[in-house]
Design a protein around this ligand. Sequence first.
Ligand SMILES: *Cc1c(COP(=O)(O)O)cnc(C)c1O
Ligand code: SF4
Length: 400
Amino acid sequence: MLSQPRSRREFAAWADVPDADWDDWRWQFRNRIATPEQLEAAFPLTTSERDAARRSRDLFRLGITPHWATLIDPDDPQCPMRRQAIPLLDELSTSAFEHTDPLDEDAHRPVPGVVHRYPDRVLLLVTHECPLYCRYCTRRRIVGDHDGNHSDTLHAALDYIRATPAVRDVLVSGGEPLSLGDRRLEEILAALRGIPHVEIVRIGTRAPVAMPQRITPALVAMLRRHHPLWLNTHFNHPLELAPPATRAAMERLVDAGIPTGNQTVLLAGVNDCPVVMKRLLHELVKLRCRPYYLYSCDHSQGLSHFRVPIERGLQILESLWGHTSGYAIPQFVVDAPGGGGKIPLLPDYRAGEGLLRNFEGRLFRYADAGSAGPPAPAPCPQCGGRHGPHAPEPFTATAR
Ligand SMILES: *Cc1c(COP(=O)(O)O)cnc(C)c1O
Ligand code: SF4
């Protein structure tokens, strides 16, 4: 396994590129490896990779930033960075339970640019383009589509949010929202900030991983004008956090008061190892990035070679709880097929009546406080309302 990024001098195509170009995100974006020929010129490929790359137009768009290419070990077909970015023929095999829209997002789209699945928050999809096309992408059916984003779509999406007072949290997503320029992004953020009921804005981005050059001082200065703003990153492997440009990008964000949280997808052959996972989580915490979600890979088509059994995910969580800082432990979630939403999963530490199991496997008696019982009919002394243990809020999704 490669433990350090390679120098760009090792790539014939980029050996003579001046720093000023390499460090410019627009150069990184424009110079993505996007064709089978470019991929073959950059790496010795296996037969499966070469055939899959040639058919990638029918599968899912090919796109690898020069930055990401330096993370790939050219001599190791099992390299985790390679698995995430270079297609394999396995993508052609589909199972009966797989869908093109496994999360049924289309049914929860009141307008094309919005996914409204939960009562108080929405996804705002601002672009379908990404600097790096991750082979396991959930939205592989729409991401990578050039004609996907029009300003009409965006206007209709903002109108929907404006007209829906229940929405207090907007997650700006895509595609890669940071593939838009600063000015366009600022227009979107300013429009959201102009909506009184939108309390917080989050940006979901893989730019610090795929194209850290994007996190410029100018971008960060713009973002901080729109607080409270949170940023969700997407790191899957500790090597992704090794490049100095990525570390500088993460520091710059947090120094601007932007809290960062990380989502990881649990992927076979990438991070389904407790040692690799813990190293990733520790590296994140060192950069003041809080591990947020660990996703079980969903049921998009052609991803069987990436899926990890839920039981294995739970074992990885067990290897973390009590063994390392609580700050380093993400929530393990399954995004339920058919649009059920995220379902959190935790190893069960209850070991029968009155017994709990600790992280070392030892059993402890614990006298619980009686039964939870039916909801009290009296007003709650804390909030004054009448509610059961769940306090469900009324929510009717306004699907088309
Ligand atoms: C994940 C997701 C959100 C955000 O959920 P949080 O649990 O608040 O991070 C919102 N909308 C959709 C459709 C999602 O998939
Ligand atoms: S960056 Fe996100 S949206 Fe883009 S290909 Fe990767 S997982 Fe999909």
